[in-house]
Design a protein around this ligand. Structure first.
Ligand code: FAD
Length: 357
């Protein structure tokens, strides 16, 4: 399809929180841009999580640039639905130019401009900000054996009801694994399997504290001080109330990783086995970057080498969200604003080539 749908100085790919933060900064910079989002509705990945999913910090610590998240009216931390409402209101408030249900299939560069192909047409742009998240590329490790039960990933999990009374194995020692295990504990016959013993963050550490730790680490590295190890040095699991309660009630006992999955369920190296009706893999995500393949950028473990948010080999391409490799806490609501601002500043300043004027 060689139809040109439009031209823009900047095309932002993805209209989740990262794409919106980029839009806010581009608008402030007075640049001409469009945001293309594959989904028909706002909210990015937040409209897909499990029913009991909540933020791991209060609303006041979950803010995009310009306008903080309104307080959550209920008890506890905000629900995913509250975040979706916030993102929907945010894009309206700033009248961000979002084209929905338009999936970017390929991005190429002819030496002068980017061509951004979508399932409905083509865009021509001086610069591209890719903010497509990770939710769309669930990662499942290869596991020998011929398991015949249900095999799910975090993205497939809705709630504990359908697993009532079943033998369920949850794999993964990160936040999703711990939260889904806590959700199922007491409803299903749960086996929680992690590669190493679960490392809970101290109970008082929430998303805001994590952002502060990530920021301090960046400052330390920038000023030549010793690496503080950042968030990874603290632990893996934020002790949100549901996890804390299940853990303290002794319901989150963990087993080491099994060696294989037979037709009936997991088998450990010492020969012990368990029946499983379902195995839920909470084994994380990879950056969703397939649309950038035509640029032929070198990738390392699924990541594109960056300096800040800018792709080293393609200086008019910026990556936002995804993980700490695009900036400290770039894959969090509170952190993405800072990296979005840095990306837009870099585009304005020329970022290795001429400035966008
Ligand atoms: P997404 O929300 O995934 O948005 C990307 C958008 O791009 C989507 O709308 C998608 O449809 C679109 N897209 C993808 N591919 C294409 C394409 N080819 N063309 C066009 N559009 C495309 N962060 C916090 O700050 N606090 C928390 O409490 C927290 N909890 C989390 C819990 C879970 C289970 C997970 C997985 C993450 C959590 N995060 C949390 C991290 C992060 O805030 C979320 O992952 C967030 O959704 C990332 O936003 P994003 O905009 O980068 O990506």
């Amino acid at each position: 399809d060689h139809r040109v749908t439009g031209t823009a100085q900047v095309v932002v790919i993805g209209g989740g929180q990262a794409g919106l933060a980029a839009g806010y900064c581009l608008r402030r910079a007075g640049l001409d841009f469009v945001i293309l989002d594959a989904q028909a509705q706002p909210g990015g990945a937040w409209s897909h999580g499990w029913d009991s999913l909540r933020l791991f910090s209060p609303a006041r610590h979950s803010l995009l640039p310009g306008w903080p998240m309104p307080p959550y009216p209920g008890p506890g931390y905000p629900t995913a639905g509250h975040v979706v409402e916030y993102l929907a209101a945010y894009e309206k408030r700033y009248a961000l130019p979002i084209r929905r249900a338009e999936t970017v299939t390929a991005v190429s560069h002819d030496g002068t401009r980017f061509a951004v192909s979508t399932d409905t047409g083509k865009w021509s742009a001086e610069a591209v900000v890719s903010a497509t998240g990770t939710w769309w590329r669930p990662f499942l490790p290869l596991m020998p054996g011929g398991f015949t039960g249900r095999r799910l990933h975090t993205v497939d999990y809705r709630g504990p009801e359908e697993f009532a009374g079943q033998d369920v194995v949850v794999v993964g020692g990160g936040n999703s694994g711990a939260q889904i295990a806590a959700d199922l504990a007491g409803v299903a016959n749960l086996t929680w399997v992690t590669r190493r013993p679960p490392r809970y963050l101290p109970d008082h550490i929430d998303g805001k504290a994590l952002f502060d730790v990530a920021t301090r680490r960046r400052q330390a590295l920038e000023t030549g001080q010793a690496d503080t190890a950042g968030v990874a040095g603290l632990g893996d699991i934020v002790a949100v109330p549901s996890v804390r309660e299940a853990r303290d009630a002794g319901l989150l006992r963990r087993r080491e990783m099994f060696a294989r999955l037979d037709s009936d369920g997991p088998v450990w190296t010492d020969g012990t086995r368990r029946h499983a009706d379902a195995v839920i893999w909470c084994t994380g995500f990879r950056p969703s970057l397939g649309h950038l393949a035509p640029l032929r950028l070198r990738t390392t473990r699924g990541r594109i080498p960056t300096e800040g948010t800018r792709a080293v080999a393609e200086p008019r391409l910026h990556l936002l969200g995804y993980g700490d490799w695009t900036g400290p806490a770039s894959a969090t609501i509170i952190g993405v604003g800072m990296t979005a601002r840095a990306a837009v500043d870099d585009l304005e300043a020329g970022g290795g080539r001429r400035a966008i004027l």
